[in-house]
Structures are given as C-alpha cells and as structure tokens.
Design a protein around this ligand. Structure first.
Ligand code: FE
Ligand code: FE
Ligand code: ZN
Length: 274
C-alpha cells in the first residue's frame, strides 16, 4: 500500500522524501505554495532531480501535491479569477520538475454566482492550464460542501470533468469531506463507491485523503480528526484501506498531527492491511 501524509516543503524536495522514509511513508503530499497565501518557493532543479532519483530508488507511489486553499478558480471578481487561473498554470508548470505525479486542488467556491457558473469558470481555467501538456495529472478533490463550495456532490465533479473533456483529469477522494457531504462511508462504503462509479466512474479515482471527521454524516463542516478520534472510526478505515477499488491508490493523511503522530497512523494503517 502507498501511504503517507502532508509534509512541509520548506527544506526542499529531497528532504521531503527522506522525512517520508523516516516515518514509514512511501508517498506524501506537500503544498505547492503557502497553503493560505499565494507565494511559491524558488525552484531548485538540482534538489528536485535528486528527489526524482530517490523516489524511484525507494519505489514510492505517486506523490499528491496540493494546490493552495486560497486559489479560487470561480471567484466573482474577473481579475482575481485570472490571477487564480495563472497560479494553477504556474503550479502545473512547476510540477514538471517532479514529473509523473499528481496535483490535487479544491475546485472552488462560487460565492453566490451559482453552481453552474462556478463549474464553467473552473472548467475554463483547467482547459487552458491543461493545454500546455505539463507532465502532471490533475485531480479534483471531493469537498464537504460547506458554504458555496463546489464538489460536495459527485455530480458537480462529473460536470467539471465533462466540461474539461480530458481523460487525464481525475478525482481525489477525501474521506472526511465525502462523509461530511452526506456519503455514508461508515455503514455503506460499497454503496458510496457504487454511487461514485455510477456518477463519475471509478477509473477516475486516483488518490485518497484519509481523515476522520469531527462532525457527523452530512454536517458539511470539514473539520479533520485523527484516525479513530472522529465520527468515521477505525473500522471504516480498515475497510477503506482493504477495499479492492481503493487499496492501490496513494493514501494521504491530513489529520491534525505532527510527524510522530503521522508515523503512528501510518503504522496503524499498515497493520490494518490484510
Ligand atoms: Fe484538500
Ligand atoms: Fe483533503
Ligand atoms: Zn478538509
């Protein structure tokens, strides 16, 4: 199984691979720029090249880079929208330094313009960024549906995928988010995945974010909890990591932990694997 967590990119790419290794991970996530801002690190091609070698040598699964939370492709102001679309394109260009991995992002919030307008703006930005052909696969994250967030329903993600029309575009399933959005991973994992398959198609599912949720089914809250400390519980994660449709995908922890906590959860997930 490929399991890992979010790591700080402050020390560079090679350091992230080494840190991942030291806590038993064989994939990881990192923010391509300040998660709450838009500033990106200066590129370091030598460091990235060493990381690429090391990832191969250590047989890591695909990495799942994460776009900034502040990047809203469907914000109302046209200038801000253009800025966000530019950030997306720049992030994908930078991922070329670590080719063949994933880039996941939150589709966006339509801030009162309506779901369809939001979907159109997101698709437009994606089409133009993907036209450059950067060697990265882009993933839309399933969202909790809080506020005017797009992506709380599988149908909304499907509408974006259809509007973009690229077979390479995929989905990253966040367990806390889909549960908060009302999909019952605890009592009906098979049913949720059947629904995903019916609406989107399971071949589009490329990665998972493993998070327990502080809030009950359908709460639309998006507050992550450590595994077993929330409303999903450990049995749900045991079923998820062993499910034939999920078990080969990179699984990324975004639980409220520092490295020692992540190390324990990674070990726990590996123990659960049957
Ligand atoms: Fe996310
Ligand atoms: Fe997530
Ligand atoms: Zn979340």
């Amino acid at each position: 199984m490929y399991v890992g967590c979010h790591l700080s990119s402050a020390g560079g790419s090679e350091a992230m691979v080494q840190t991942a290794c030291s806590i038993g991970a064989n994939t990881f996530a990192f923010f391509t720029r300040n998660p709450r801002g838009s500033k990106a690190k200066r590129p370091n091609p030598e460091d990235d090249a060493r990381a690429v070698e090391l990832l191969k040598e250590l047989r890591f699964g695909k990495l799942v880079a994460h776009g900034s939370y502040t990047m809203n492709l469907c914000t109302a102001d046209p200038e801000a929208r253009r800025f966000a679309a530019g950030i997306l394109r720049e992030d994908l260009a930078r991922m070329a330094a670590l080719p063949g991995n994933y880039y996941n992002f939150h589709p966006g919030s339509h801030v009162g313009q309506g779901t369809q307008a939001g979907i159109d703006y997101i698709a437009q930005a994606l089409r133009s960024a993907l036209a450059h052909g950067y060697p990265v696969q882009v993933l839309l994250e399933t969202m909790a549906g809080k506020g005017s967030e797009i992506g709380g329903r599988f149908e909304e993600l499907k509408a974006i995928l259809d509007a973009v029309g690229s077979k390479d575009l995929g989905v990253c399933l966040d367990t806390c988010h889909v549960f908060d959005a009302g999909y019952d991973l605890v009592n009906d994992l098979d049913g949720v995945l059947a629904e995903f398959d019916r609406v989107i198609g399971l071949e589009r599912l490329r990665a998972l974010h493993l998070n327990d949720s502080r809030n009950p089914l359908g709460s639309r809250k998006d507050r992550h909890a450590c595994l077993g400390a929330g409303c999903l519980g450990l049995d749900a994660f045991q079923a998820i990591v062993n499910h034939p449709a999920l078990k080969d995908k990179p699984m990324i922890l975004e639980t409220p932990n520092e490295l020692p906590g992540y190390q324990k959860e990674i070990a726990l997930l590996r123990q659960m694997e049957s």
